[in-house]
Structure formats: C-alpha cells, structure tokens
Design a protein around this ligand. Structure first.
Ligand SMILES: Cc1cc2nc3c(=O)[nH]c(=O)nc-3n(C[C@H](O)[C@H](O)[C@H](O)COP(=O)(O)OP(=O)(O)OC[C@H]3O[C@@H](n4cnc5c(N)ncnc54)[C@H](O)[C@@H]3O)c2cc1C
Length: 400
C-alpha cells in the first residue's frame, strides 16, 4: 500500500449510524481522533426512517454533547403511555412513577442528521460510500481497516477499531471462530408498519392488546403518525392495500369515545421480530457496539438507546486509555455494557410477550395470562413502576 493511500488515526469507526456518530462526537469532544467509514451515501443515511423513541438518558447525553438544540425544539416530550385492552385505555404516568422522567419522540434520522452536521462542522473525518471495508490485525496492537474509496485501495491504521456497522456489518464476522457466543430468539410474528400524513390521534403512544393481534399508535411529528400491526413474520406487503390496513387498525384500536384519524400512507414495510446478543462485545483491539452485536424487538423501543448507551461506555474507556494508559475500563467494556443489554432484552421480550397474539394459542390460554398481567400492570403501582422505569430507561444497571 503506497504511503499516500495509508492514513492513521486513534479510533477507526465502521458505520455512521447512531452508534458510530455518537462515538465519534464523544471522542472528538475529549480530543481523541477518529475516522468514520460509512458504506452508504449521506442522503441514504439521513433518510433511513427507523426508531423514534429516545430515553431520558439518550436525550440528556445528546444535549450534553451539544447536538440537542433541534431535538429540544422539535422533539415531542411524553410523560406517559396508554395501554389499551378489552376496548379500554389505561394510562401509565411515567413522570409520577419515575421522579419526573419521560421519553422524547424524535426520529432516528433526525438524530443522525444532527450528528452528521456536528461532525462535518467540527471538520472531523467522515467518509461516505466506502466499499469493501475489512478489519485486519485485531489480535495485534496495530489493527487497521482496509477499504476502497473513490476507486482507490486505502488503509486506515489505528489503535482500536469500533465496529458500529449494524447487524449485517463486517466487524462481528471478523472475530475469529469460537470467540463469540451468540444467543437468539426469533418471534413467530412481525410488524407491518406505516407512516401516514395525518395528525396523531393521541398525544401519547398507545400499546394495544387485541384478540386479532397487537397494534401500536406512535408518531414522528405533529403531522406524521406511525402505526404498527402485528402480522406474520414473512407477511407479503402486497396483500395489504391501504384500505385493508386502515380497516384492521380501526378494529384493533376500537375504544369508546376515541377515533383513529386516517391519512395518506407515505411508507409501509414489514419487520420481523428478533432478539440477538453476541458476547463478549470485544475481542483484541475490536470493540463492537449497537446492532452490530445485539438486536431487540422494537416493542420496548430500546435499539437506538442501547446503541447510544454502549458507545457512551466505550468513549469513556477509550478516553481513559488514551489519556492515562489505564486499560481497566477498556478491558471491562463488554461486561459493563452487557448488564444493560440483557435488562433491555428482558424488557423488550416481556413487552412483546405481553402484547402479541401467539399463533399456537388455540384455546386462548396465553391470551388470558396476558390480560391478567395487563390488569396487574394497570392496577398495581409497583407493577406500573416496573414498566415505567424500564421504558424511560434504567439509570443504573448491575454491571452497567
Ligand atoms: C426497519 C427497522 C426499524 C426499526 N424500528 C425501530 C423502532 O421503532 N424502535 C427502536 O428502538 N429501534 C428500531 N430499530 C432499531 C434501531 O434502528 C437500531 O437499533 C439502531 O439503528 C442501531 O444503531 P447502530 O448505529 O448500532 O446501527 P445502524 O443504525 O444499523 O448503523 C450501522 C451503519 O453501518 C453502516 N454499515 C453497515 N455495514 C457497513 C460496512 N461494511 N462498511 C461501512 N459501513 C457499514 C450502515 O450503512 C449504517 O449506516 C429499527 C431497525 C430497523 C432495521
């Protein structure tokens, strides 16, 4: 590799999703150099509509990092959530149950736009449309990332590689066989999600349990409603013309004195439900974060928040190492993160199991258990607090 095609940095970050961008910004603020390599182009990354529920801790961190100005102006702060079952709504007041904490609705693509703008304004390197990224030398103290950019083969030498490249990225597979243990749970259903140009029908999210399956009312802005319906994991979206989607949503959300507003559907898609964790989250000089190493079903709204929580731990560990040579935090990175990861996995699994119709539940046994659990959550302060404190994000997790 010629000298002009070889560069050096302290941290080579693969992926400009929430994990990679938050990490880059945290490191930049502490004077640690990094280069972010992203496979897609900027428009694609900034237009990718995914998560939208930010935990209190995520919002606080983004504000502290100096990227929260638009979030605070445009984000919708929610102090509670509605659980709807048996045709009746029950509100869980987050603020009362968690000392004033709440969630903020602000699209993942908006978080990503704000972070990219901050990175480019700081003049920190972020390369889009990078091809064939390959982590090398992760077992040595001189790892590197080989990649192609603008038709040129290049090499980025670094002290450590941060694999923030999502579930289908190249970093997790770069770990030698036998090092990682992967645990996975595939749910026998998926979510059919739509984005509709219509004012939300409620000020807060509605999680709905119904004999025909789960439904969720959410929003992205005062003009955009996000709605989900439980469906088959391999559901063919072609079987769901807009009229059928609205008809089914109206049935599942039916509640006296409330109506679901309809509008043009501008986006629709099917997402399977999966839980996945690979551990440890590090090997040699490679540290993995976010979807690159764990996936949660969207029911608990934890995916983006967990990605941010991982890189917060990673940034602190790297800053300590670069500034003092002390490796303690770096060595315990995986162990520190996994406490929160498994707590979030449990919460997402619990919410998923409590709300979704189970295909094998022929005599309705599971449905009766779900109703008993929902009644308990809505009538016991202790049970409601469990849901509320997990939903807004646990402050401290054992090991985390
Ligand atoms: C369709 C969908 C809907 C979702 N909905 C929700 C939701 O409603 N609520 C919720 O909480 N979570 C949701 N999630 C999960 C949430 O979006 C993720 O947890 C979050 O994006 C994780 O951030 P990340 O940075 O770890 O990974 P990602 O956002 O996946 O970012 C990884 C980045 O790496 C890049 N990349 C991949 N491979 C390479 C490579 N080889 N070289 C360079 N770059 C590479 C990708 O292009 C991407 O930009 C959803 C996910 C999906 C896929």
């Amino acid at each position: 590799m010629s000298a002009e095609n070889t560069t050096r940095t302290q941290v080579g970050i693969v992926g400009a999703g929430p994990a990679g961008l938050v990490l880059g910004q945290l490191l930049h603020l502490q004077g640690v150099e990094s280069v972010i390599l992203e496979a897609r182009d900027r428009d694609y990354v900034e237009g990718r509509v995914r998560a939208g529920v930010l935990e209190q801790g995520t919002v606080d961190l983004l504000v502290e990092m100096g990227v929260g100005e638009r979030l605070q102006r445009e984000g919708l702060v929610h102090h509670g959530v509605e659980l709807r079952f048996g045709g009746r709504g029950h509100r869980i007041p987050f603020d009362e149950l968690t000392d004033g904490r709440g969630i903020t609705i602000y699209g993942q693509q908006e978080v990503v736009k704000d972070l990219i703008a901050a990175r480019l304004e700081a003049g920190a390197p972020l390369l889009f449309e990078v091809e064939d990224v390959m982590p090398e030398g992760i077992d040595s103290d001189q790892p590197s990332l080989r990649y192609r950019h603008d038709g040129q083969e290049r090499e980025l030498r670094c002290d450590v590689i941060a694999g923030c490249d999502g579930f289908h990225g190249v970093c997790r597979p770069a770990v030698p066989d036998g090092v990682l243990t992967a645990r996975e749970h595939i749910y026998p259903f998926g979510w059919l999600g739509i984005l509709a140009e219509v004012e939300p029908s409620s000020d807060e999210l509605i999680y709905c349990h119904h004999d025909r399956g789960f439904a969720l009312h959410s929003m992205r802005s005062p003009q955009l409603t996000r709605l989900y319906l439980q469906c088959e994991p391999d559901e063919d979206i072609a079987n769901w013309p807009d009229e059928r989607i609205w008809e089914e949503l109206q049935i599942r959300f039916e509640c006296e004195g409330w109506s679901l507003k309809e509008g043009p559907i501008v986006e629709k898609g099917v997402t399977p439900m999966r839980s996945f964790v690979a551990e440890p989250m590090q090997h040699g000089r490679l540290l993995l974060a976010g979807d690159a190493v764990h996936i949660v079903p969207a029911t608990g709204a934890k995916g983006l928040n967990l990605a941010v929580a991982d890189v917060r731990v990673m940034a602190e560990a790297l800053v300590k190492w670069f500034s003092t040579g002390d490796e303690t935090l770096l060595q315990s990175y995986s162990e520190t993160c996994l406490g929160r990861v498994w707590a979030a996995q449990h919460f997402a699994w619990w919410m998923t199991t409590m709300f979704h119709r189970h295909p094998s539940d022929e005599d309705g046994f599971m449905a009766r258990l779900q109703r008993a659990q929902l009644d308990y959550v809505c009538s016991s302060r202790a049970a409601a607090t469990t849901l509320a404190e997990n939903y807004v994000g646990l402050k401290k997790v054992s090991g985390g």
